[in-house]
Design a protein around this ligand. Structure first.
Ligand code: FAD
Length: 326
């Protein structure tokens, strides 16, 4: 019988610990429903020359929208625009032999559904997860966990941690199989928007580390000094795990207002001025790319563990920028 070999996964923390220099990683969104996996490979292919150590795949929960019916009335329907995170991770690992990191969120999941998703990941040989809370849906004023779901990222971390110790929700499972997940968490150099202040956000970040997080990936930032200050603050708060900077290029003038609104980050005045001087879309992209190259070079020089790029539909800009850095 022919044997089918699946790639042997490596943990993100092992990639970091074994590295002699700054690594590269990318983050992708699952394709929109209706597209196939080839569209994702087309997105990733140009980035493979940099031999990324791992590729993150975001998670998108379903939303309720109001859809107009033929009779003019509206009906409430559930839509999920980007399904497939787990399948995509398995596909990436098979297709590229590169470790994939699924984002795992609290929102929309009961603890039992989370446990089953973790079992699926384990069966697929996926030993990495980025553990997140998720945001409120468009119809919620603030984030609401599912009944019997996890409320904060730390609750989800603790659930994964229990499974790593062979403790399942079913109490009658004795000496259950111990999963072996390496857990990353999110960190916010400019503070999470709901946190009353940075000290409070730091306290909860430290709690996530104490609950088993092995590394932090930051929210995007456009001013490196925000990252360096954040790392300093983490170290002062007894957080000593690797802190991976997350980077995204600004690609249009419109993003000067959209990015701060969606991601709650500040843009440096020089970047705003340069972007406002651009006259065409191509010039705007060039401005964003130059800024990304400048940020990346400085961070690499400072010896960050990994440069993690949010590709968000712009793989060619990322490719051209990364080519100037590595
Ligand atoms: P938490 O760590 O739970 O923190 C949320 C807020 O609650 C913070 O203000 C924190 O200070 C506070 N807090 C934490 N613990 C407690 C506690 N015990 N008691 C009181 N307050 C507490 N979203 C998606 O839906 N899908 C994705 O794929 C995704 N990927 C992301 C990747 C990265 C790198 C980042 C930075 C964010 C990502 N997000 C994603 C967005 C993320 O889900 C949101 O930013 C969310 O609002 C917070 O998630 P968290 O894991 O940081 O939450």
């Amino acid at each position: 019988m022919q044997s089918h070999k699946t790639p042997k996964g490596m943990k993100v923390i092992d990639h970091i610990n074994q590295a002699k220099e700054t690594l590269v990683s990318f983050e992708v969104l699952p394709p929109l429903k209706g597209k196939n996996i080839a569209s994702l490979y087309q997105h990733l292919d140009p980035l493979m020359e940099f031999k990324p150590s791992f590729i993150n795949v975001t998670y998108h929960r379903s939303e309720h929208i109001f859809k107009k019916k033929q009779d003019g009335n509206f009906e409430k329907v559930e839509v999920r625009k980007r399904p497939g995170t787990v399948g995509i991770c398995a596909a990436i690992m098979n297709h590229y032999q590169i470790d994939a990191v699924p984002h795992l969120i609290c929102g929309g999941f009961t603890k039992r559904e989370t446990e089953d998703a973790l079992i699926d990941l384990n069966f697929l040989g996926i030993d990495n997860v980025l553990v997140l809370r998720g945001d409120a849906t468009k119809n919620e004023a603030s984030f609401e966990p599912e009944p019997n779901g996890n409320k904060y990222a730390i609750d989800l971390l603790e659930q994964v941690g229990r499974l790593n110790n062979g403790i399942y929700l079913e109490e009658d499972i004795r000496e259950g199989f111990r999963t072996n997940f390496c857990m990353g968490v999110a960190g916010y150099p400019e503070k999470h928007f709901e946190a009353p202040n940075m000290d409070s956000d730091m306290r909860y970040l430290k709690a996530k580390v104490d609950a088993g997080a092995e590394y932090i990936v930051t929210q995007m930032f456009f001013d490196n000094s925000k990252y360096f200050e954040f790392v300093e603050k983490c170290r002062a708060n007894d957080i000593h795990i690797p802190i991976i900077p997350g980077l995204k290029p600004l690609t249009s003038k419109k993003q000067l207002t959209v990015i701060p609104r969606i991601f709650h980050v500040d843009l440096p005045t020089d970047l705003i001025n340069d972007m406002n001087k651009s006259k065409t879309d191509a010039e705007s992209e060039q401005v964003g790319m130059n800024w990304l190259i400048h940020q990346s070079k400085e961070l690499k020089k400072a010896g960050v563990p990994v440069l993690h790029y949010y590709t968000l539909g712009k793989p060619l800009i990322i490719r051209d920028a990364v080519a100037q850095v590595f």
